[in-house]
Design a protein around this ligand. Structure first.
Ligand code: FAD
Length: 418
C-alpha cells in the first residue's frame, strides 16, 4: 500500500539507531538546500530528513543531528534546519512549564466524545471530506504514519477553519497515526493553526499556496473541491479563548543520578530510547525496557504506529544487550506499572532509575508507578539529560527569544566553530 506514497524499496522511516544514523549521514549531504526546498511537498519527501520518529523517541538526539550538520557546514548555511530541529525542544520546554494544556486537551477529547462535532469528524476520517487533496493527505497519514510539515499545516487549517471541526479531534487523528506523534509538537501546532497558541495569528490553507508547493501530480489526481480553499477565512474564536498562559518553570537536579544506593535497575521507556547509552557508566543489576500497550490501545495508536514502536523497542533491547550483557529484558506490557513491580521484586531492587519522561502518556502514569513501587520499598529515581535541562528554561515566551538564547549553545556543538 505504501507504494503510492513511497516509490523506493528502502524503509521510509528509520526504526533502529543504525538506520537513523545512516539516514542522517545521507541527509547531511544535501542539507544546504533545505531552506530553499523544504516547503515543497513531493512524493517520497526528498526535501526533508524524515527523521522525526527517530528524534521523537530518541533513537538519535537533537544534539547529534546538529553536530553532524555543523561538522560539514557553516552555521549560517544550516541555521534554518537547526531551527526546525530545535522547534521541537522549544515546544517541549513550553509545555513542560504549562502541563495543564496537555491535560486540558485530554479532558476536551473526553467531553467531545459522541458530540455532533465528533460525529462529523468521524465521518470525514472514515469516508473523506469535500477536498480531494486533503483526503489524499489523510490516506497517506493512515498508511505511512507520516505527513510532510506543510501538509500537516494545510490539513489542520482545512479541518479547523474550512470544516469548522474541533481542533482537538484533528490533533487526536494525527496523534493516533503519526509515528512521531508528540504531545508537545502535535498539540501546540494544532493550537497554533487554530489561533490559540500565538494570540492574533492563525494559519489558513490557501489554494494558491497548495498550487505553489504541492506536487502537481497530487493535485491532478485529486482535483475535487480545491476551489473551497480559494478564499479561506479564520474561524472566529469564542471570546476569552485566547490568553497568554503563564509559564511555571520547575526544578530538577541532574546530580541525582549519582546518589542511588544498593541494587539499582534501569527502566527504559519509549520517551527516550537512548537511556542505556546515556547512563552506561553506571552499574545496573538489570535493564527493563517497556512499551505501554494499554496506553497505546487506549489512545487508539494505529497498527502502523504500534509496529514502528515495537521495532524501535527491539532495537533498544539489542543495543542494551551490547552494553549490559544478558540482564536486559523487553516487555510490551499490558500495564507498565504491573510489569515494573514484578521486575523490581524479582530482581530485588532498591531503586528503579529512569530518565524523567516529559509531559505526555508515560509521564501521566508516573505517580501510580511511584506509589506502587514505594509500597514495596522500591524508590523511583528520575534523572534528566543535561542537554535538555540546559535548554528547558528558555521556552517561556516565543520561539525567537528561545532561539536567541539557544543558538550559541547549538553553534558550539560543531567542530567548525571550535
Ligand atoms: C499540525 C501539526 C502537527 C504536528 N505534529 C507533530 C508531531 O506530533 N511530532 C513531531 O515531531 N512534529 C510534529 N509537527 C512538526 C513537523 O511537521 C514535523 O516535525 C516534521 O514534519 C517531521 O518531518 P521531518 O523529520 O522530515 O522534518 P524535517 O524538516 O527534516 O525537520 C527535522 C526535524 O526537526 C523537527 N521539526 C521540524 N519541523 C518542526 C516543527 N514545525 N515543529 C517541531 N519540530 C519540528 C523534527 O524533529 C524533525 O524531525 C507537526 C506540525 C503540524 C503543523
Amino acid at each position: 500500500m505504501q507504494r503510492d506514497f513511497w516509490p523506493s524499496s528502502d524503509p521510509p522511516f528509520a526504526q533502529t539507531r543504525e538506520q537513523a544514523l545512516r539516514r542522517l549521514g545521507q541527509f547531511a549531504q544535501t542539507v544546504s538546500r533545505y531552506s530553499r526546498e523544504r516547503n515543497h511537498v513531493m512524493v517520497g519527501h526528498p526535501n526533508v530528513s524524515r527523521l522525526s520518529p527517530a528524534i521523537r523517541h530518541r533513537l538519535i538526539t537533537e544534539s547529534e543531528v546538529a553536530q553532524s550538520v555543523l561538522d560539514r557546514y557553516a552555521f549560517s548555511t544550516v541555521e534554518k534546519f537547526l531551527q526546525e530541529i530545535y522547534w521541537r525542544r522549544y515546544w517541549k520546554s513550553w509545555l513542560s512549564m504549562r502541563p495543564q494544556v496537555w491535560s486540558q486537551y485530554l479532558g476536551d477529547l473526553e467531553d467531545l466524545r459522541g458530540s455532533e462535532g465528533w460525529e462529523r469528524a468521524q465521518e470525514v476520517i472514515d469516508n473523506g471530506g469535500p477536498v480531494g487533496v486533503m483526503n489524499a493527505f489523510a490516506a497517506e497519514l493512515r498508511e505511512t504514519g507520516y505527513l510532510h510539515n506543510h501538509a500537516r499545516m494545510w490539513f489542520a487549517a482545512y479541518w479547523v477553519h474550512t470544516l469548522q471541526l474541533p481542533w482537538q479531534l484533528g490533533a487526536d487523528f494525527f496523534f493516533r497515526h503519526l509515528l512521531d506523534s508528540d504531545p508537545a509538537s502535535n498539540t501546540l501546532s494544532w493550537r497554533w493553526v487554530s489561533g490559540l497558541q500565538t494570540p492574533g495569528k492563525s494559519y489558513l490553507a490557501r489554494r494558491s499556496n497548495l498550487e505553489k508547493y504541492l506536487a502537481a501530480e497530487t493535485i491532478q489526481k485529486n482535483p475535487e473541491g480545491i476551489e473551497l480553499l480559494e478564499n479561506p477565512s479564520p474561524l472566529p474564536l469564542p471570546m476569552g479563548t485566547i490568553s497568554r498562559i503563564p509559564a511555571n518553570p520547575g526544578t530538577s537536579d541532574p546530580s541525582l543520578a549519582q546518589t542511588a544506593q544498593g541494587r539499582v535497575g534501569l527502566w527504559i521507556h519509549e520517551e527516550d530510547l537512548l537511556a542505556g547509552e546515556l547512563l552506561r557508566e553506571r552499574h545496573f543489576e538489570q535493564v527493563f525496557i517497556t512499551g505501554d500497550l494499554q496506553a497505546w490501545n487506549q489512545r487508539g495508536f494505529s497498527e502502523v504506529k504500534q509496529k514502528w514502536l515495537t521495532s524501535a523497542l527491539a532495537d533498544t533491547q539489542y543495543r542494551c544487550q551490547q552494553l549490559y550483557g544478558q540482564q536486559v529484558r523487553l516487555e510490551i506490557t499490558p500495564k507498565t506499572s504491573e510489569g515494573l513491580i514484578e521486575w523490581a521484586e524479582e530482581a530485588k531492587l532498591q531503586t528503579v532509575m529512569a530518565l524523567r519522561p516529559e509531559v505526555g502518556l508515560v509521564h501521566d502514569g508516573l505517580s501510580e508507578i511511584e506509589q506502587r513501587l514505594a509500597q514495596r520499598g522500591v524508590a523511583l529515581l528520575l534523572v534528566d539529560r543535561e542537554e535538555d535541562l540546559q535548554l528547558a528554561p528558555y521556552g517561556k515566551a516565543g520561539f525567537f527569544p528561545f532561539w536567541k538564547k539557544v543558538s550559541p549553545i547549538v553553534r558550539a556543538l560543531g567542530s567548525l566553530s571550535r
